[in-house]
Design a protein around this ligand. Structure first.
Ligand SMILES: [Zn+2]
Ligand SMILES: [Zn+2]
Ligand SMILES: [Zn+2]
Ligand SMILES: [Zn+2]
Length: 629
C-alpha cells in the first residue's frame, strides 16, 4: 500500500457533502452512511486498521488469481477498495445519492440484504464473464485486468433504482428512458473513456437485472432479509441504540416513481446535475463537476462523456481538458451549498390521490362478466400507477420546528390514502386542511380526522369557502356544531376558517384561491402557493383567473378522460389547450378516470415535449415532487 503519498485531501469535501445531504432528511438512512464510512475508513487506513486490513495488492479483482487461489478475500473486498481520493469521493457521492433513495424507499433491512446480494452477484457475474471470454481466446480480461472500486455495485443499484421509473433521463446529452440509463452509460463511457472496467460495469448491470428478476419471481421478503432479521434480533440492544440515533424506520416502495425519479431535485440557488448529481450554483449553466449542461445536454467544451463512476485520473484529465480544474472553486461551492442548505430546504408536494370520485379500479369493471376493462384490471395490482383514489395533495413545508403538513382536500378515500402514504413518507401531523369544494370526493374524509385530533394533535384547522361551509353544516353537522354531540364522544375537533377569493396565509405559507367553474354555476377553488398552481376540479377557467396563473412553474390540473370533457371536468384535449394558454414550465394531470391508462397516455404526452416543448405527464398516487417556492 502506498502510504507515502498524502491521501485524504478530498475526504472533507465528501464529509461535508454527506452531512449536508443527511441534514435535510427527516429519516437518516443508517446503512448508506455506514457503507460510506466503511469505504472511507478502508481507504484512509488509520493505524489500527492498517495492521489488519489486506493491502491493495492483495485485493485487486483479478479473475485468474481469484479462481486459482479460490480467493474469497479478493472476490469480496476489491469492491471496497479505491485507488485515489477522487475515485473514492466520486463513487461515494454516487452511493450517497442512490443509497439514500433506495434505503428510504425499501427500508434499511431490505436494503442491506440487497447490497450484500448485489456485491456478490456483480463480482460473480464479472468473474463468469471474464472466464467465458477465454473461450473466445480473449485472455486480457482474465489474466491482466486488475480492478477495485464500488462502481460495479453502483451500476447494479442504478438498474434497481430506475427499474420502476417511467421517466426519461439524459445520459450525456441523449434522452433515454430511465430504465435503460445504465446501459447507455455503460456504452458511452466505454466509447470515450479507455481503461475503465467494462466487464465490471457490465457485471453490475447484469447483477441489477438478475436481482430484479429474482425479486419479482419471489414474493415476500428477500431471503437474506430473514437472515438479517435474525441477526438483528440477536444484536437488538446495540443495534437499537445505534439505529435510534438515526430514527430507523422501515418503508416500502409504493408507486415508486420518485424513488427512481430522474428529475433533478431543486433547491433554490442550486441545481442538480442530471449526469453526475453534483449540486451546482445557479450562477453556472454547465456542471462544475462534469461539464454537462444544466438542461441535460452536453457542454460544447466537454463533448466527451462523463459519469459518476469515473476514476480519479479520468476525471482529472477531463477537468483539465475542459478548463474546470478548479478545486478551490468546488470547495467554495460546497461551503456555499452547505450554508445555503442550512438556511433553506426544499418543499415537497405529495399526490395523495389522483383519481376521479369513484376511485380506480371500479368494482363494476372487475365484476363485468363480458368485458375486461384493461385499466381497472391493471389497477388491481398493488403499486400499479392506474390505482387511483380521490384527488388530494399534501404539501410538506420544512420549518425549523419540524415539517408542517398542509392537506388539500380529504375526500371519501382519505383514510385509505393516509393509511398508505403517511407511514411511507414518515408524516404524522396534519397542520391544516384546505378545501377546494364540497363534493364527497373532497370532504368525505373529514370525519376520519378524528384519529389525528384524538391521538396526534388537539385539532385540525380547516380552510373553506363560505358556500362549502354551508354544505358541511348539513353533511357534517356534528363536526360543525359540536353542541349536538353526546358528551364524551370522540369526534374530530375541526376549527373552521372561512376563506374568500383572495390570498390567505396558512402556517406562514401564502395560498391564493383560483376560482374556477366545476360544472355550470358551481364554483370550485384551485390554489396557488409559490409558483405551483393546483386545480383539481374544473370545467372552465373564468377569464379573471388567468392572471393568477401567470409565471407558473408547476401546474397540477384536472384531466378526466382522454377523448372529451364532461360537464364538470376537463378532458385531456381541453386540458392541453389550457396548458398551451397558461404556459407553465411543467404540468402534471390529476383526477383521471379509468379510461386513462397511465403508461399509454404518458407515452403520447411525452411526444409533445419534442413537437411543442410541452412538459406534461399524468401524476399518480404517491408521487412526490420537490418544488421551489
Ligand atoms: Zn455533473
Ligand atoms: Zn368530479
Ligand atoms: Zn374500468
Ligand atoms: Zn367535484
Amino acid at each position: 500500500m502506498d502510504r507515502g503519498r498524502r491521501r485524504g485531501g478530498m475526504i472533507p469535501l465528501l464529509a461535508l457533502h454527506a452531512l449536508s445531504e443527511y441534514w435535510r432528511l427527516d429519516r437518516k438512512p443508517p446503512v448508506t452512511a455506514g457503507l460510506i464510512a466503511a469505504n472511507t475508513l478502508i481507504y484512509l487506513r488509520p493505524g489500527y486498521l492498517d495492521r489488519i486490513l489486506p493491502t491493495l495488492n492483495e485485493v485487486w479483482f483479478n479473475p485468474h488469481l481469484i479462481l486459482k487461489h479460490k480467493d474469497l478475500k479478493r472476490f469480496i473486498l476489491s469492491a471496497f477498495y479505491h485507488i485515489g481520493d477522487s475515485h473514492l469521493v466520486y463513487n461515494m457521492l454516487s452511493l450517497l445519492w442512490k443509497g439514500i433513495q433506495l434505503e428510504s424507499s425499501m427500508g434499511s433491512v431490505e436494503y442491506t440484504s440487497m447490497i450484500a446480494t448485489l456485491v456478490g452477484m456483480s463480482q460473480g457475474i464479472t468473474l463468469l464473464l471474464a472466464k467465458s471470454l477465454l473461450l473466445f481466446n480473449y485472455e486480457r480480461a482474465y489474466y491482466n485486468e486488475y480492478a477495485v472500486g464500488f462502481s460495479g455495485v453502483l451500476f447494479a443499484m442504478k438498474v434497481v433504482l430506475y427499474s420502476q421509473s417511467d421517466n426519461y433521463t439524459y445520459v450525456h446529452g441523449i434522452m433515454v428512458p430511465s430504465r435503460y440509463a445504465a446501459w447507455a452509460e455503460l456504452i458511452l463511457i466505454q466509447m470515450f473513456v479507455p481503461g475503465v472496467s467494462f466487464l465490471g460495469h457490465l457485471g453490475g448491470i447484469l447483477a441489477g437485472l438478475l436481482y430484479l428478476q429474482l425479486r419479482s419471481s419471489y414474493s415476500g421478503p428477500h431471503p437474506f432479509t430473514r437472515i438479517i432479521r435474525g441477526l438483528t434480533s440477536i444484536l437488538r440492544w446495540p443495534l437499537q441504540s445505534l439505529l435510534g440515533m438515526f430514527r430507523f424506520t422501515r418503508r416500502r416502495i409504493y408507486g415508486g416513481g420518485t424513488v427512481g425519479g430522474s428529475r433533478p431535485r431543486h433547491i433554490s440557488g442550486v441545481w442538480r446535475c442530471q449526469a453526475c448529481t453534483f449540486d451546482n450554483s445557479d450562477w453556472l449553466s454547465v456542471c462544475e463537476m462534469c461539464g454537462t449542461h444544466r438542461d441535460g445536454g452536453l457542454s460544447t467544451i466537454d463533448a466527451l462523456s462523463l459519469s459518476n463512476d469515473l476514476t480519479l485520473d479520468e476525471l482529472r484529465q477531463r477537468r483539465v481538458q475542459s478548463g474546470f480544474s478548479k478545486l478551490p472553486c468546488i470547495l467554495f461551492q460546497l461551503v456555499m451549498k452547505v450554508g445555503h442548505k442550512l438556511l433553506s430546504s426544499s418543499l415537497k408536494s405529495f399526490f395523495w390521490g389522483t383519481g376521479t370520485s369513484e376511485g380506480i379500479p371500479r368494482v363494476s369493471c372487475l365484476t363485468d362478466p363480458i368485458k375486461k376493462c384493461p385499466v381497472c384490471s391493471k389497477a388491481v395490482e398493488p403499486g400499479n400507477k392506474n390505482r387511483r383514489l380521490n384527488t388530494s395533495l399534501l404539501i410538506r413545508v420544512p420549518r425549523q420546528s419540524g415539517n408542517c403538513n398542509i392537506l388539500i382536500d380529504a375526500g371519501k378515500f382519505f383514510y385509505h390514502s393516509a393509511l398508505k402514504w403517511f407511514p411511507t413518507y414518515g408524516i404524522r401531523t396534519i397542520d391544516a386542511v384546505i378545501i377546494t369544494h364540497s363534493h364527497a370526493d373532497a370532504i368525505g374524509g373529514l370525519d376520519d380526522l378524528r384519529d389525528w385530533t384524538n391521538n396526534v394533535q388537539p385539532n385540525v384547522p380547516i380552510y373553506t369557502a363560505e358556500r362549502d361551509f354551508e354544505v358541511m353544516k348539513k353533511t357534517h353537522y356534528y363536526l360543525v356544531d359540536t353542541s349536538s354531540i353526546i358528551p364524551g364522544a370522540a369526534v374530530s375537533d375541526l376549527q373552521f376558517n372561512i376563506i374568500h377569493e383572495k390570498p390567505f396565509i396558512v402556517n406562514d405559507l401564502q395560498f391564493t384561491p383560483l376560482p374556477v367553474w366545476h360544472g355550470r354555476n358551481y364554483r370550485s377553488l384551485g390554489f396557488r402557493f409559490g409558483k405551483i398552481c393546483y386545480i383539481s376540479d374544473v370545467s372552465e377557467i373564468p377569464e379573471e383567473t388567468y392572471p393568477l396563473l401567470e409565471d407558473c412553474e408547476l401546474l397540477i390540473m384536472d384531466a378526466l378522460r382522454p377523448d372529451r370533457s364532461s360537464s364538470t371536468h376537463f378532458g385531456l384535449p381541453k386540458a392541453l389547450e389550457e396548458v398551451r394558454k397558461i404556459q407553465p414550465k411543467r404540468t402534471l394531470f390529476t383526477g383521471m378516470m379509468h379510461l386513462m391508462d397511465h403508461d399509454t397516455v404518458n407515452e403520447g404526452l411525452i411526444k409533445l415535449k419534442e413537437t411543442e416543448g410541452l412538459d406534461v405527464q399524468l401524476s399518480y398516487d404517491g408521487l412526490c415532487v420537490p418544488v421551489n417556492l
